[in-house]
Design a protein around this ligand. Sequence first.
Ligand SMILES: C[S@@+](CC[C@H](N)C(=O)[O-])C[C@H]1O[C@@H](n2cnc3c(N)ncnc32)[C@H](O)[C@@H]1O
Length: 479
Amino acid sequence: MSTLTEIPQLNIDMLAAIRKAEADLAARFAEKMRVNADLGRHLVSFQANREESGHRWCKYREGFSAELIRYCIRKVGISGRILDPFAGSGTTLFVAAEQGCDAIGIELLPSSAAIIEARRAVLDADKPRVAAALRRIMAKRQWSMHGEAKSFQHLRITKGAFPADTERHLGRFLFDAGREPDELRSLLHFAALSVLEEISYTRKDGQYLRWDQRSGRCLGKKGFDKGTIPHFDEAIVRKLGQIADDLEGREQEPLLFTLDRPRPLPGNIELKVGSCLDIIPALPSESLDGLITSPPYCNRYDYTRTYALELAMLGVGEEGIRRLRQTMLSCTVENKDKDDLAQKFGDRTFHSALGAYDNQQLLALILEYLGACKEAGTINNPGIVRMVKNYFLELALLIFASAKVLKANAPFIMVNDNVRYEGVHIPVDLILSDFAKQAGLKTDAIWVLPKGKGNSSQQMGRHGRQEIRKCVYVWRKGA
Ligand SMILES: C[S@@+](CC[C@H](N)C(=O)[O-])C[C@H]1O[C@@H](n2cnc3c(N)ncnc32)[C@H](O)[C@@H]1O
């Protein structure tokens, strides 16, 4: 096992300078930072959605829970129009609308947008009728009979993902779904999307898809054993049954689907499909009463790989995947510099955000250190330097542009994780809160989760065990 003493002297000096700059920055936010015992990991992750009617339909691992959003809206006091620029499966949107707010979501990935659209369409539908139609489809199990099938347009990274029978039945199901009326069709597609991982040889594993050894894709490498993989029939019947149960209000507290509500939800939901880096600069100034979001973390997690099955099912091809990857907020080592940012954000916002980014002393030291590790060839992946740089640059721009579209006193709430590369802790919470301050958003609170995340075993070997903070930040625009 290597130890701290094996780290070159230059790096030790740089690390000491980073620790000092971090301590100075932490001192500036010390009064605002507090452990919030109300926020367990369960609440801040998707876990708490597992039992909740309407929110449990798809396991969107990167999501936060509906209960967390209720907590934020109540605690911070938000009403009016709320934006989530990284809408994911739509948790903010549905809860905001349930609480009487009008919600606007922006989401880049067609697979996430499809989840939101299907969930939204069913809100307006005649729920008992839709539930009865789902039960009829389940009873017939037409997908297991002979008939026409839609062929699954595989990507290079999804070939061989399903056992042959499963792929055939999925194709039959999708073909039949395509002939149903709109509201049912989008719900059936959504149900199929929601079971794709379960019925495949793959598992979403952050940076990529992991392959079960039965897939034939492990080529000499040892794949993992996923255990029992349900057949399409079993998985889809379970999923359709769960949706039908919720639509019939069988859950004890059908928050999303109270059948006797005069309107589906008190607030409206609007979804804009595309990149928030394009869409936010075009929103009218001072038009929003709040923003609640969780951007991708700076952790190399590649949504275009982990959601490759879902994107392929929706017909996104190789070129489309490459485009989506480069349009995403930079959070993978493959993300290149986005070269048209000044044009997108306009000169004024661009230069203000760039100024805040350039003058952030701790970030500059961290980038210098990571650059030195890259030069020395000791960095785990050279693309990490560009990823960290662009992650902060793009979020600086997003924060400055968001500050413009918020009304006076409106809150901006962000859920994010700190990260660690090459033994250096990157306090995303403090750096972004510093950008927010420059953008005219003062920090009301940085709620620290009671228990942070440990570092990876590789990093632990070199640097000992260090907890990495996970936080919810509450910023507020000045009066
Ligand atoms: C952490 S997830 C959000 C999950 C969401 N809070 C939920 O509960 O479902 C981040 C989302 O940001 C999306 N995303 C990444 N880059 C984007 C961009 N440039 N514009 C809009 N959405 C983007 C990803 O596709 C992903 O769905």
